[in-house]
Ligand binder design. Structure first.
Ligand SMILES: Nc1ncnc2c1ncn2[C@@H]1O[C@H](COP(=O)(O)OP(=O)(O)OP(=O)(O)O)[C@@H](O)[C@H]1O
Length: 253
């Protein structure tokens, strides 16, 4: 990992909210690095502060303390080079698949022919060729997530943050999406930060796993994974890794 460029550095980040019940610290002194081109998984228990951390990394929310370094420079505010894929995608219901995928490019003022070409490319990349004119409600949950991935890719982010994108899918679809996401990433590498509370998913996907503690969130441990892909979820090395991480988690995740 040492030879790779750092895309982002999170330095001593803390976040404290003030509400009806007084002060509440969600994140405490978190530091981590994100390397160019890697598939980084952030694994932590439910409600531990993962979304707050991602929101600060992307500039949607402000930290109480600490710094975000992006490409070697301190970064404050919304970062246009970061794309997001959420569990709830908020696809535009009255727009077709292709219109949803090209929307960000339209907002940027890109001419129609060019943005259609880009949108078609990414729709094909995520395996939805032939569904360009469908509306979101005509698609399954897994297919909608594919549209979300195509939409994020089309906007050409340097860093793609995915916040529990497969959390609501049934087990079968989830496995398929994990496999397909790796294929997409291998075809067109982006730096990905993938957040999950599922240990198996983390071990299947990540180049590295950053394990977070329960609230207030701290980094418990960083696990580099050198199991070659495609990973066999019932192989000894996979199950051993899973057990090691599972034994180190704060709650049952
Ligand atoms: N604006 C806010 N004001 C007060 N507390 C907040 C705010 N946003 C988040 N929190 C609290 O911070 C904690 C972490 O929330 P967060 O949504 O980041 O968890 P998470 O790890 O993403 O959870 P999940 O796995 O369920 O998605 C929660 O206890 C939440 O109630």
């Amino acid at each position: 990992m040492e030879q790779l460029n750092k895309r982002m550095e999170v330095r001593n980040l803390s976040k404290t909210f003030f509400g009806k019940k007084g002060y509440f610290t969600a994140i405490e002194d978190v530091s981590l690095d994100v390397y160019d081109g890697e598939f980084l998984v952030i694994l932590g228990p439910g409600r531990c502060g993962k979304t707050v951390l991602l929101n600060i990394m992307s500039g949607l929310e402000e930290q109480t303390e600490g710094q975000i370094i992006y490409n070697g420079q301190e970064w404050k505010g919304l970062n246009p080079e970061i794309g997001m894929v959420f569990q709830k995608l908020a696809l535009m219901p009255f727009k077709t698949v292709i219109e949803n995928v090209e929307l960000a490019l339209k907002f940027r003022g890109m001419e129609k022919e060019k943005r259609r070409e880009i949108a078609k490319h990414y729709i094909e990349l995520v395996g939805l060729k032939g569904f360009e004119e469908y509306y979101p409600k005509q698609l399954s949950g897994g297919m909608q997530q594919r549209v979300g991935i195509a939409r994020a890719y089309a906007a050409d982010p340097k860093l793609l943050i995915m916040d529990e994108p497969f959390g609501k899918l049934d087990a079968q679809t989830r496995y398929q999406m994990q496999e397909d996401l790796l294929k997409i990433w291998e075809k067109e590498k982006r730096t990905i930060i993938f957040v999950t509370n599922n240990i198996e998913e983390a071990c299947y996907l990540g180049d590295r796993i950053i394990l977070l503690s329960d609230c207030p969130t701290k980094v418990k441990k960083v696990y580099p994974i050198d199991i070659s892909r495609p990973r066999d979820m019932v192989s000894k090395e996979f199950l051993d890794l899973r057990t090691v991480i599972s034994d180190n988690t704060d709650l049952s995740i």
